[in-house]
Ligand binder design. Structure first.
Ligand code: PHE
Length: 341
């Protein structure tokens, strides 16, 4: 029995020292120390020994068990350390290797201009609003005081969705005036940029989809002087000090009096050139004092409150801002063009 124990010890330790992974090591533990293992089998036969032989053999068996457990533990630690080292080697990261360059996109010049415009107005206390591009003609026309036979209501000018001309792609951002009057507490100061749609052929200055920026102020004691002062300040911030503007009388159903504002041509400084079609000025917006009927329809008393509104053409402003001569360049999205701004 003594010899058997010595054999088990020698065999087991050799096998454990050679085990290549934790699974093999576990199999050895079961083989030698498990319930049906080699050592247990020897211990079971202790009963056949004499009372004198038993203690010494028991002690020897315990020594063998401890030796095997120690060998298991040592090998297991060694395998773990090897595994960790292998993993660290496989996962080394060289932080000095240059990264893969990512091609960044470029902001569109029109949105650069829009962000500048928003910043200027937000700085003056305006709130920026978003609104629907699919609009009821009720908001696009009726609530803006447009007569039943106003030419812009015509099918040849406007994209309608239904035969009764009830639902349409908005032809201006001005319906946002009405939405704001319906939803906001007075006084109101809003800016509402967005897309508008008209049945226009594409050329150097026209597109069936373009952008407007609507602005509106309603408070007590608001006058045309506030409108002109605000717009002149905005144009100087956008285009630089000394920017020249002019206001011409005009007609809109929802403002009275109404005007259009021009900015002096950046190409020729007012002399007249192809960019301004020989006129020396570029029209950038329509504006005016909000018509009393429009205020009344929205439940605002025109004897107490007054206000102004404007709608500017964003593409035209961006063209003036970045000295772009053809509207089509803004929509073609040629990267060689966009990257210049
Ligand atoms: N909505 C008008 C247009 O599209 C512009 C405008 C807005 C005029 C606000 C006056 C007041 O031409």
């Amino acid at each position: 029995m003594k010899e058997q124990l010595a054999n088990i010890r020698a065999q087991a330790i050799r096998a454990m020292e050679q085990a290549q992974d934790t699974a093999a090591l576990e199999a050895l533990r079961v083989q030698y120390l498990g319930k049906k293992g080699a050592l247990t089998a020897v211990l079971k036969r202790m009963g056949s020994l004499t009372a004198e032989e038993r203690p010494a053999m028991g002690q020897l068996a315990n020594e063998v068990r401890s030796a095997l457990e120690e060998a298991l533990e040592a090998r297991s630690k060694k395998l773990e350390a090897q595994a960790l080292e292998a993993r660290l080697k496989a996962e080394t990261l060289d932080v000095t290797i240059p990264g893969t360059p990512v091609a960044l996109g470029h902001r569109h010049p029109m949105y650069i201009a829009l962000d500048e415009i928003k910043d200027i107005f937000v700085g003056m206390g305006f709130e920026v609003l978003d609104g629907p591009e699919v609009e009821l003609s009720y908001y696009n026309f009726d609530r803006l005081n447009a007569e039943a036979d106003h030419p812009s209501r015509d099918w040849s000018d406007t994209f309608y969705f239904d035969a009764d001309s009830r639902v349409m792609l908005r032809s201006q951002t001005s319906p946002m005036q009405v939405h704001a009057m319906e939803k906001k507490e007075l006084p109101i100061r809003i800016l509402a940029p967005g897309r508008v749609y008209r049945k226009d052929e594409v050329d150097a200055t026209h597109s069936p989809m373009f952008h407007q920026v609507e602005g509106m102020v309603i408070d007590k004691g608001i006058t045309m002087a506030d409108l002109k002062g605000t717009l002149n300040a905005v144009m100087e911030q956008l285009f630089g000090p000394g920017t020249v503007t002019r206001f011409r009388p005009h007609h809109f159903p929802f403002t009275e009096p109404s005007c259009e504002m021009d900015v002096q041509c950046h190409k020729c400084g007012g002399e007249g050139c192809p960019t301004c079609k020989g006129e020396g000025w570029i029209e950038v917006l329509g504006a005016g004092m909000i018509h009393p009927s429009v205020l009344e329809m929205s439940g605002i008393d025109p004897n107490v409150y007054s206000g102004w509104a404007f709608g500017m053409g964003l593409e035209r402003l961006a063209m003036r801002r970045f000295k772009i001569t053809d509207l089509r360049l803004i929509f073609e999205n040629d990267i060689r063009f966009l990257e210049q701004f």
